[in-house]
Design a binder for this molecule. Sequence first.
Ligand code: DHB
Length: 390
Amino acid sequence: VHTRVAIVGAGPAGLLLAQLLRGAGIDSIVVDSRSRDEIEQTIRAGILEEGTVEALVAAGVDTHAHQVGMRHDGIELRFDGAGHRIDFADLVGRGVWLYPQHLVLQDLLATLVPAGADIRFETTAVRVDDVDGERPRVVVTGPDGAESEIAAEIVIGADGSHSVVRRAMSGSRAGLYREYPFAWFGILCEAPPSAPELIYSNSPNGFALISQRSDTVQRMYFQCDPDVDPASYTQEQLWEILQSRVPGTTLHEGPIFQRDMLQFRSFVARELRRGRVVLVGDAAHTVPPTGAKGMNLAIADVLLLHGALRAFLLENDPRLLDGYEQTALHRIWKAQNFSWWMTSMLHQMPEASDFDRMRQLGELRSVTDSRAGRTYLAEAYTGWPLELGG
Ligand code: DHB
């Protein structure tokens, strides 16, 4: 088959791009190896920048973020036994929405599927042929295992950190990355919220993040060794660890009904575009989860790329597409810096000395004691204005 834009990956980036292209009258086909159910049920990130929600609404996505989501106008940084509020509303006049990624995906699919969008679930991209040509082709295997081809004017890799499209484009010339000597242990539990806002806590035992999902379900994470087996802890042990990571606060405990591990990695692909093949979202870059930039950055890539594709496909004007990589990289590296900074300021490095630990507290105080420091954090957390290039 032939389409104008072949999109590999039905995550937030791929689906929002399909929706924006549809609004411009540009046909696309989206493929994803997962079933619709799996896409809609997998627990992932939780925080949307205000601008991300505005972009979903402006794209005509029937989103429930404003009804079901919870608006947060600040966070707490906790260290040395005390909490310090970062008041986003006062500092930058913006906030964020706590609205989980799987609900964003449900909203996108509930908008796209009834409108007749061509989304092929359980369809795996195995490779991209003719990457350097005028009509690159995505080779896929369908639910029945049969192989077929989708030829397109543009191929988008929105297929996550193990991107098949990136491999087709750049081979093993992967990109720039750093690794971290820890991971996050994540839990979902049945309990009321422990605090009005999220708590990012630096403690002598390591980092913890006290997040939320609703009035009755809470999401929490703690820094752990990347090799631990999530099944090896009892619920009592998990609560003991979590409580020990937020000195000065008492958490509301309840049954833990899900546990998972999040790996930490910072990564930026060496090229975001090659001819008619373009990467967005986690296929192009990965950030560690501290600071919740991942999904927001993916959406920002797509807003930028959408303008470039309209100009290219509707007006034959390649200038914005030619500028996509450079413009996108400005925001990507700002987000890389912010995510790395939040991570390094809040986690305990296994080899940290007493000097390192005291310096870290000095860094945290430099942020919380200074309006300029808090404002930098608030600007980055709530999201920088979109740079549209051109
Ligand atoms: C959540 C995850 C994050 O990485 C973060 O910084 C804040 C919240 C969450 O899943 O709730």
